[in-house]
Design a protein around this ligand. Structure first.
Ligand code: NAP
Length: 259
């Protein structure tokens, strides 16, 4: 570890599991102090426990990101704990969407609330904190926000909207020194995808079989990309969508048949 985030303060949502946990651990290992936000208090506490040996400190904030007061509460908790905010990773999200004809209004609202509305409100609140000194926001999109894929209707729509938000906010807040980028993970092995990996052979084949690098991604793959986007190495990068997908979204890959 190189300490590239020494002295920085980050808020990571969805830090109690999967990709958010890996980002929290990597940021803390690189010297950042992190406010880990999740509605799963137990998972979040486990993340903090895992971060114990790191140079950065991990504080916990148990909240549902869709709560009306969540963004303000989290910004206040961050200010109370660390007195500044340099990085926001809008990672909390839900999956398991279905085709449009099988998606009722309640599902529509649920996905929009968690995956888009909460991320918008957190980004808006973070900009208020970052405007004086600059900062970096990373929104967790998905390759399904870049490409159509069977059965992911409202999930894809929320992730595509996040990409639109990323590009717009990059334009609005670049002059304030705030960089806004998105990550588009492909198929990553986390609790969110565990059931599909175990039970849906077609899905695994469509994702891993269509990946030139030939494997499922790990949360640490995404954490490494988040670290890059939030580090000074990415100082001239904003408004971008970085796919972390082993080449899935940019190729029409099928494994060659021998002979
Ligand atoms: P995960 O393992 O389920 O972790 C997500 C975490 O966010 C969980 O701890 C979850 O808590 C929390 N969370 C969900 N809704 C929340 C809310 N309303 N308020 C506070 N916390 C909430 O999922 P993951 O695979 O790491 O996914 C993280 C992000 O990456 C998501 O935005 C997802 O869409 C995106 N992504 C994942 C993949 C993939 O293949 N895994 C691919 C592309 C994009 P609960 O357990 O209580 O729900």
């Amino acid at each position: 570890m190189t300490g590239v985030l020494n002295g920085r303060v980050a808020v990571v949502t969805g830090a109690g599991s999967g990709i958010g946990r890996a980002i929290t651990l990597r940021f803390a290992a690189e010297g950042a102090n992190v406010l880990a936000v999740d509605r799963d208090a137990e998972g979040n506490a486990e993340t903090a426990q895992l971060a114990r040996p790191s140079p950065g400190r991990v504080d916990l904030c148990a909240c549902d990101v869709t709560d009306a007061t969540a963004p303000d509460d989290v910004m206040k908790a961050c200010d109370d704990a660390f007195r500044r905010l340099d990085i926001l990773v809008n990672n909390a999200g839900i999956g398991g969407a279905r085709p449009a004809h099988d998606t009722d209004d309640a599902d529509l609202d649920r996905f929009a609330d968690v995956n888009l509305r909460a991320a918008f409100r957190f980004a808006r609140a973070a900009v208020g904190e970052m405007r004086a000194r600059g900062g970096s926001i990373v929104n967790m999109a998905s390759v399904f926000g870049l490409r159509g894929f069977p059965g992911s209707s409202i999930y894809s729509a929320t992730k595509a909207a996040l990409i639109g938000l990323t590009q717009n906010m990059a334009a609005d807040y670049g002059p304030d020194g705030i960089r806004v980028n998105a990550l588009a993970p492909g198929f990553i092995e986390t609790p969110l995808t565990a059931e599909r990996i175990a039970t849906n052979e077609w899905f695994v084949d469509a994702m891993v079989g269509g990946t030139p690098l030939g494997r499922v991604g790990q949360p640490e793959d995404v954490a490494a990309a988040a670290l890059f986007l939030c580090s000074d190495d990415a100082a001239f990068i904003t408004g971008q969508v970085l796919a972390v997908d082993g080449g899935w979204s940019t190729t029409k890959f099928r494994p060659p048949v021998d002979g």
